[in-house]
Every structure is written in structure tokens, then in C-alpha cells.
Design a protein around this ligand. Sequence first.
Ligand SMILES: [Zn+2]
Length: 421
Amino acid sequence: MHSPLPSLVLLLLSALMPLRRTGPALATAYTALSDTSLPRIPFPSLADINIKSGGLLAPILIPRVPGTEGNRKVRKHFTDFFSHELPNWKLEFDFSNFTTPTSNGKEVPFVNLIARLDPPNADHRDVKRLTLVAHYDSKLTPKGFIGATDSAAPCAMLLHIARAVTPVLESKWADLVRRERDEGFFDLDDPMGLEIIFLDGEEAFENWSDDDSLYGARNLAQAWEHQHYDSGKNLKNRLANIELFVLLDLLGSADPIATIPSYFKDTHWAYKKLSNLESRLRAQGVMKSAVNGARNGKTQGWLFEGEKREDEVWMGGMVGDDHVPFLQRGVKILHLIPTPFPKVWHTEKDDGEHLDLETVRDWAGLMTGFVVEWMGAGDFLPGPPKVEVKERLEKLEKRGEEVVEVKVREGGPPESRKTEL
Ligand SMILES: [Zn+2]
């Protein structure tokens, strides 16, 4: 992606940009998780994201320039992951060819991979999807560039999210089917699904420009714009299935600790939900990564602009990245990229060794929680609610010749609430 413009230019542009109108009603059933559900959000284990052996991340930490063997290998890692572990996801490819400033007139192939999970029996044309996006290609230079934050780690986060939320969504949908059978209740008029896009060709081969960058994203946005649906359908084309396009980029470094501005006014409501979820997960100690110091008396998390005012600076669209071709076609964007960028950005130091694994883990868990809240699926998280059990001395009872302490536990299951010592 391309660095933001100087702040003075930003200020001017922000003042000139018209307010976006609010779009049609959203299908999201966004429901914040209860305090007791927060610790049930599945976070990846450190073994999952180990940079040498981790099943999710390690295979992506190789050079993967478009059209090369490394690029093909990483794509195969994704398709193998879905076909072996998550066979109910539908996979789709988007192919294109472009010449680049370094290809000597030859066409380079670019391959986007799209994976989606829709509710049972829903017509795919009707499904409104939460669309999570990262690019999987790596930059041609410097030689051997790994791009761990750019964007191997975000891709691994997306794999974790897919694996963690699949059973949650499938339980929710199975419950709807059961309720339809037993109670005549089944409401999928507004079906919601989840989609993950791994984009190819985000990086420039030479110098960032409109023609030398975003190869995969440009092709996909255009292709989906022209994939029209029948006039009888609620949604007009494939782009309209995207309810929110969430782009993860340059995540996984703790130097500096990420600060993610709220870039777009029209999706600030979603930013705010995510910011709130982060604060609650940190308050409970579920998220353990380092944060910046206090700001206005509160600890500052990554999503530090939850309370942003309308008249503050909104940098939406100023950071060139994969969302741009979609933004230009009216898609709603939540851009999760830090400003400033990580110090390792576009250097040979952006490798596995420079990742902060607590940061990678926490992003994966936070975004898993966001998806669960977005889909209103908190009741279907795995495991019993983890309830904090508080013990207190209730009373002393005389039993024959003995005096017995009776302890009362609060908050646990009924059978464990009273114990005797
Ligand atoms: Zn980059």
C-alpha cells in the first residue's frame, strides 16, 4: 500500500470531501457478546502461529511474487486448508493477466481466491456478506522480501477466523432449521454469510501508481460490478453482496504498537463496535498484547478513535490499498491498517522474526469476536460460559461436636455453589 499524504493535504481534502449518504438497511444482526462469553472467543494457540512450524502462518512466510512458484504454493496452502479442514466453504478463483513495468512486455498471471460460507438453502445472490480481505502476494524488492506484516500475518489471521467461526455459524444455522421444524420459525429473508478474499498483486513492481499496484483488486472489483443479477433480485450485482469490506493490512508488528484510525465516517459505527470489543477484551485480560500509554485517562488500544467526532480528520481513501477499486464502486469499507506503518514496512526486516506473536494472536482473536458479534452468534460459541467463581465464608455451623465452615460460591453452576470444608 501507499503512504498517506502529508497531514496538511489530508486536512484540506477531508474538508472538501462530501459526507457519504447512509446506504440501505443493513442485514447485520450485530449483537455484542456478554461479559461471560468474551473468554469463549477462540484465539489461536501460539503453536498455530509459530513462524517455523505453525500450521497457519509458517507456509505463508516465503517470497510469493505474482506468477512465481512461491505465490502458487501459498495459494495451495489456502485451498488445501479449506478443502481439508472446512469443506463446506465454497471456493472461487478470479484470474487475470497484466503486463507490469518489470515483465518486459510479457503478461503476468494474477489469481484471487474467494472463500465463502453461506447459510443453508440460501440463494447465493441474496446473501449479504461480511467480507474479510488481505493480500497474499509479496513485493518483488528488496530481494527475498517476506512481507510478514504485509500481509502474511493478516492472511493467517483470516484462516484462523474461518476455522474458529465455522462451527459457531453452523450451530446457529442448525438451530434455525430446528426451530423451523419444531416451532414453524425460520427467518432467512435476509441471509447473512461470511466471505474471505485473498487478493493477489497488491504490491507495485516498480513505483506505486494507478497502473502499477492493486492488480488483483482492480480486476475483481470490475468483474463483480459486471456480474449482474436478474431484475427480480434484491441485489443488483455481485458487489452488492458485500455488506462491509474489512481490509486487514500491515498487522502483526509491535514496533510501533498499532494505532488504527477510523478512516471512514460512514462505517465509523462498525469501527466503534470493534473498538468497544477490543476494550472489553483487554479489560478482561483476554487480549494480552502491549498497548500504548493512557490517553484521556484511559488505556489506548489499537482502535483508539472510538469516540471520534464528526468534525475531526477522516483519512478515508488517502491510504492507497486494495479497498480503493471497491470504494470507487460504492462498497462500504472498514480499513484496518495502522498509521504510522510498522517500522519494518517494505524492508527486509518485515519477516517472521520481527513479528510480535502476541499481537498476531490478539488480532486473530479480536476479529473472530467481531465476526461472531456481527453474525449475532454469541450463543453458539464453544464450551460452557466461563464464570468467575467467588468464594466467601458464609457461616460456621455446629455439627455435633464439630464446628464446620460453609463456603458459598457465587456464579458457578448450582451444584457447586455450596461446599463444606
Ligand atoms: Zn506492501
